[in-house]
Design a protein around this ligand. Sequence first.
Ligand code: HGY
Ligand code: MN
Ligand code: MN
Length: 410
Amino acid sequence: LAQPRTVNAARLHASLADLAQIGATEGGGVTRLALSDEDRQARDLLCDWLRQAGLIPKCDDLGNISAVRAGREQGPPVLLGSHIDTVVRGGRFDGALGVLAALETLRTLDDLGIETRRPVGLVSWTNEEGVRFEPAMTSSGVVAGRFTAAYVHDRRDRNDHRFGDELRRIGYLGDPANRPSAAAYLELHIEQGPVLESLGLAAGAVGGIVGITWNEVTITGQADHAGPTPMPLRRDALTASAEIILGVERLARERDETAVATVGRISAQPNVINTIPGTVTFSVDFRHADPAVLEELVARLRALVDEVARRRSVIANVDRFWTSEPTPFDPGVLGAIRDAGAALGIELSELWSGAGHDAKYLAEICPAGMIFVRSRGGLSHCEAEFSDPADIEVGANLLLNTALALAEVA
Ligand code: HGY
Ligand code: MN
Ligand code: MN
């Protein structure tokens, strides 16, 4: 890079603050679930910003919104993006930072009158979080050919609303012809973990994403009266689940210091004070960088469930419904990020992501990479999620200059 360029940080911070108003929670976070009214408002705002930047937003059949700034040559763009959907009472930076830093990159290219050889594009992926509609990263997954649009459109939320119907309801059921293409993909994201803070670094180059597998466990016992039913006669689905859940935690703790297991979602039926729970459903999220360990954790889960079910005379089912294999990112993109760091005088560490990202699926169809920005306290998926404005500026400048290198600035 001749000389590194820099973003208009004030404009980026203003856009982050504006977007964070949509779905703002009283604790200073954001709830903006995929295909909700808040998601629609955020999409409308993003499309307005894209038009104000002289771009034409396009929407595909999964609701992915993209826009491309022309390069000297035709062809697939260097695609920059992330997601604007959030978890429940999540933070204002998870996803939003990557989409708005991509927007800031496009705005800055115009401010500086820069012409690139390749087009540079922005994308906002629908339903990265997979919270309202499980699993996660469904819409980048369709573009990468890992899910069909029909499978994703048929996913249902807890109120039995169908993904495809909700997409139409908010007015963002677009055309398959508008699915974004990419010559390369780059995503700026908050780390959502403690590593950069422990190293005292503002940003990092991401080497890859760990493997993730999502399971749903269903335990069926016998609903019964809380009073007249003696303890030895009970087939309590919730106490059986409780034993399994503590076993799941033990599985990860005893495996090694990087294995993680989370039971994040649970529902007990009929969920009333004086009835022994008859049916309990809960999620089990395993993550590890080694695919063999992921398989071992699932095998141990199945053995644990079978043992508890037999001993407690309940019926158990484990449905392993999503697996995202460990994904190393492209060495060429990683090198471009490091070069941008050197040109900007920014010390970078290389680290892997424990969180899933759409970049995982893009890595299956083009050279892909990610840049991380430090998270205060390593916190994320909570209202306390925070990244320092100075760190955000560092991340956005890294994104801008890496994108320029990948797009071959004139
Ligand atoms: O689950 C994840 O890691 C991501 O936040 N969807
Ligand atoms: Mn995210
Ligand atoms: Mn997230």
